[in-house]
Design a protein around this ligand. Structure first.
Ligand SMILES: C[S@@+](CC[C@H](N)C(=O)[O-])C[C@H]1O[C@@H](n2cnc3c(N)ncnc32)[C@H](O)[C@@H]1O
Length: 301
């Protein structure tokens, strides 16, 4: 089941075509079929649980068409495109107005790509600890290289930046609902930025709901999920990337406009939601609302 929708508008459509052409993006590649991936922490919250690389990643290495390499939104030059020259993501300016979401906090960045947002958050907001997880090993390797560079240039040591950052490879969507029982509350803040579409297309309604449930379970009471979800229009151009995606797309009943209600329902249990901004970005397709879902301080996971 697990494995992205017509023009967001014609302009975005063209941009996305460019994104998928090899002129702009390098494919993610060179994965071993024996790779094992992080799927969560054990109940001691330190020991990572490992699983085999998701079938969708494995199969795309073999005979998939070129654009199927990006079936998870795992674009290698995502930020280069998104932010033109230097890394200067406008969402970070937005986060700077909400420093309490980060300062002194334990944070998870789901779908961290090559780690540039993760590292910037760690560097700029004095976080206690931040873990970035991504399904694409090649991107996580890049993230680790950026981090190593920061460490080499750092005069700090111990636990502050850049030693407060960690990257893991893994599918955030658990292979089995039962594994949710092993999740422990450990994060003050979970970032889920432009990832829901990819989880949705690859893992369907059930997979995305499972991911939301996992986020809730991993949050400490009073913690928050910072969610930047793509809208349904943006799914359409990706709907035929793979047969699995086509099937999942066809079966979607849990539309993005229903996410708020679901996250606030007793199925999940967030106490409240508020919008922090719709960031402006020169690349129009990236003007997405960012919402904060707060877990009540007495919530039971
Ligand atoms: C469009 S990028 C967004 C990157 C980053 N969150 C941002 O907004 O700058 C989506 C990222 O999510 C990752 N991803 C997609 N599905 C995932 C999953 N099930 N588990 C972990 N990472 C996933 C992709 O590999 C990709 O790096």
């Amino acid at each position: 089941m697990c494995e992205n929708s017509e023009h967001e508008n014609s302009l975005n459509g063209k941009r996305e075509e460019l994104l998928e052409s090899s002129k702009i993006l390098k494919p993610s590649h060179k994965r071993s079929s024996t790779d094992r991936t992080f799927i969560g922490f054990d109940s001691d919250s330190k020991t990572p649980r490992l699983d085999v690389v998701p079938a969708s990643i494995k199969s795309m290495n073999k005979s998939s068409p070129k654009n199927a390499r990006f079936i998870h939104g795992n674009y290698d030059r995502y930020y280069g495109y998104r932010n033109a020259a230097d890394f200067n993501d406008r969402r970070l300016d937005l986060f700077a107005n909400h420093r309490t979401f980060f300062e002194g906090c334990s944070i998870m960045d789901v779908g961290c790509n090559n780690g540039l947002v993760t590292i910037s958050v760690a560097r700029d907001f004095n976080v206690k600890r931040i873990v970035g997880i991504d399904i694409d090993r090649h991107l996580v390797d890049k993230a680790r290289k950026f981090l190593l560079n920061e460490k080499r240039n750092s005069e700090e040591s111990g636990v502050s930046f850049p030693f407060n950052v960690d990257f893991k490879v893994g599918n955030y969507v658990l292979t089995n609902e039962k594994l949710l029982e092993l999740e422990v509350e450990q994060f003050d803040t979970i970032l889920c930025l432009s990832v829901t579409k990819w989880i949705h297309l690859n893992c369907g309604d059930d997979g995305l709901k499972l991911a939301f449930r996992r986020m809730f379970k991993q949050l400490l009471p009073g913690g928050r999920l910072i969610l930047e979800a793509q809208d349904m229009k943006s799914y359409k151009r990706r709907k035929n990337l793979t047969p699995n995606i086509a099937a999942n797309y066809k079966n979607i009943k849990f539309f993005p406009e229903m996410f708020d209600q679901y996250l606030l329902s007793s199925d999940i249990g967030f106490e409240k939601v508020f919008s922090i901004y719709t960031p402006k970005n020169d690349a129009k397709g990236f003007q997405r609302p960012i919402k904060v879902f707060v877990k009540g301080s007495s919530s039971i996971s």
